[in-house]
Design a binder for this molecule. Structure first.
Ligand SMILES: [Zn+2]
Length: 292
């Protein structure tokens, strides 16, 4: 076989060069690759509540109806949203500075398992210049939403750089006694604001689930969570924490609640609470439980 001519070598080199360039292009741009949605990262330090009694007690304490909440939940003609909250995830501690405060950080995921979207619309009050927020509800067999009650305000959150619906979630830490009995509230973040968005698909197979994200921006006129979609707030965000400075060593329950004041009309409220057990020793998370 005759040796390759210079011309053939050059052609071969050029062809290889093109092939490498093509591979690099596909690799760098992700063309042909699959976009993977990461699952929540559960902390090795969190434990599920073993006792149904604690859960029942917590739910009773945290979701007692404030009198007038039954409203739309009884209304069969509406497709109501149903907010459900995942167990808090990615739990870790952060010390902001030497000798400064210590914070328990975690992520929150709230999704809509109802038959209708959670839709909220903002409208400026000409008197106060505030963005008043109303819930909009979809009747069965009708795509035209009707205005529900006022559920709060959209406020500009400077640290997040966008509008939040105030008091969409509440975070608490409860201490556990020797026999695993719920003792007392030791830390709380009462008014956690969220920008409501279709961030992650959770269950798109359910009836009335949206086939694609509908609520896609922190807008002033409309925000919401579609059926089957979840709104996630990762642990790194401001407000995704509780102040645990100087808390004694011990076992605790981290509780997160969606729609804590029941401002938003939903099909049910029992599934708005989630809790996990954690243990603290010397200001650090240790595997649950810690012996005292
Ligand atoms: Zn935000």
């Amino acid at each position: 076989m005759p040796p390759f001519s210079i011309k053939r070598r050059l052609l071969l080199g050029a062809a290889l060069y093109l092939l490498y360039a093509l591979i690099a292009l596909v690799f760098l741009t992700g063309v042909g690759g699959k976009r993977v949605v990461a699952a929540p990262v559960f902390s090795p330090y969190q434990a599920a509540l073993p006792s149904a009694a604690i859960t029942t007690e917590l739910i009773k304490v945290l979701t007692t109806p404030p009198g007038s909440a039954a409203g739309a939940a009884q209304n069969e003609s509406l497709r109501l949203p149903d907010l459900q909250i995942f167990d808090p995830f990615d739990i870790h501690t952060v010390s902001s500075q030497k000798g400064g405060d210590l914070r328990l950080k975690f992520g929150t995921m709230i999704w809509n398992a109802g038959t209708g979207p959670l839709e909220t619309r903002g409208a400026e009050n000409p008197g106060t210049k505030q963005l008043e927020v109303y819930q909009y509800l979809y009747p069965r067999g009708d795509e035209q939403a009707q205005q529900g009650k006022r559920i709060g305000t959209f406020d500009y959150n400077h640290r997040h750089g966008h509008l939040h619906l105030q008091t969409f979630a509440r975070y608490q830490l409860w201490s556990l006694g020797r026999k695993g009995k719920l003792e007392g509230l030791v830390a709380t973040n009462d008014k956690v604001g969220f920008c409501l968005m279709d961030i992650k698909p959770v269950d798109l197979k359910r009836r009335n689930a949206a086939s694609a994200p509908v609520y896609a921006g922190c807008r002033a006129d409309v925000q919401g969570i579609s059926v089957g979609y979840g709104d996630e707030y990762v642990a790194q965000l401001f407000e995704q924490d509780l102040d645990i400075t100087n808390l004694p060593d011990g076992n605790y329950v981290l509780v997160t609640v969606a729609n804590p004041d029941r401002e938003i009309d939903e099909a049910r409220y029992r599934n708005n609470v989630s809790a996990v057990m954690i243990a603290l020793k010397g200001g650090a998370l240790v595997p649950y439980p810690v012996g005292l």
